[in-house]
Design a protein around this ligand. Structure first.
Ligand code: 13P
Length: 257
């Protein structure tokens, strides 16, 4: 089964509206002479306040826009939160859920990840659900146990069809923003475990369809080897997504060009 490569740039808390537009304009200039954005799904995920400008800026291109979080309620007294309806009506198509920075700093749990996932599916947004172990969990041989817990808790109660359109991002926390990338073998082993868990919950046909991105210090010079692994279907990119040349270069490398 061949799965379409998906590269998403998580801008985190970077780029105001003017800076976001400038980055997209640069990307468009680079992309005008290639067709990488047609061969791969290419997504940019700006902060909420930059979304409207970026949705406008990508019009007429194949680049899609994602958000970095979603609240589980439709609306109501949740100061500071953003609903699925708000994202959808702003032109967003993807949403990152359960990023390790939200788990570490903002009290995100597998249960809240699950609630946000269900909201994203309800509003027909494509969820990118992040999982991954901390350094001491890896060093103590707990990687698979942690991934299993995050997957079983995060994906509980959704249908097989919903799982098939959900994207999973494996982001080992020790590799995020540290320059320490998981080796292709380490990443592949974790991805295979994730796919096996999904197969256990939803069946192997569904598991074969689910795209699993790698995230953590992915750059143009390591993207090719990572995405060449059997169970690695793309990347969720932080630092290297903040410059047009490295993001576009990474998409090309991931496609093996
Ligand atoms: P870096 O690519 O900067 O390591 O960040 C990865 C990440 O957290 C993407 O969500």
């Amino acid at each position: 089964m061949s799965r379409k490569v998906i590269i998403a740039g998580n801008w985190k808390m970077n780029k105001n509206a003017a800076e976001g537009k400038a980055l997209v304009d640069e990307l468009k200039a680079i992309c005008s002479n290639c067709c990488c954005c047609c061969e791969a799904d290419v997504v940019v995920c700006p902060p909420f306040t930059t979304i409207a400008t970026v949705v406008e800026a990508v019009k007429g291109t194949a680049i899609k826009v994602g958000a970095q979080n979603i609240h589980w309620a439709d609306n109501g007294a949740f100061t500071g939160e953003i609903s699925g309806d708000m994202l959808k009506s702003a032109g967003v198509e993807y949403v990152i859920i359960g990023h390790s920075e939200r788990r570490q700093y903002f009290g995100e749990t597998d249960a809240t990840v699950n609630a946000r996932l269900k909201a994203a599916l309800k509003y027909d947004l494509i969820p990118i659900v992040c999982v991954g172990e901390l350094l001491d969990e890896r060093e103590n041989g707990k990687t698979e146990e942690v991934l299993t817990r995050q997957i079983r808790g995060g994906f509980e109660g959704i249908s097989a069809d919903e799982m098939a359109k959900t994207i999973v991002a494996y982001e080992p926390v020790w590799a995020i923003g540290t320059g320490k990338t998981a080796t292709p073998d380490i990443a592949q082993a974790a991805h295979a475990h994730i796919r096996k868990e999904i197969a256990g919950m939803f069946g192997s046909d569904v598991a074969e369809k689910v795209r699993i991105q790698y995230g953590g210090s992915m750059k143009p010079d390591n993207a090719r080897e990572l995405v060449a692994q059997k169970d690695i279907d793309g990347g969720l990119i932080g630092g290297a997504a903040l410059k047009a040349a490295s993001f576009a270069g990474l998409v090309k490398e991931a496609l093996g060009k």
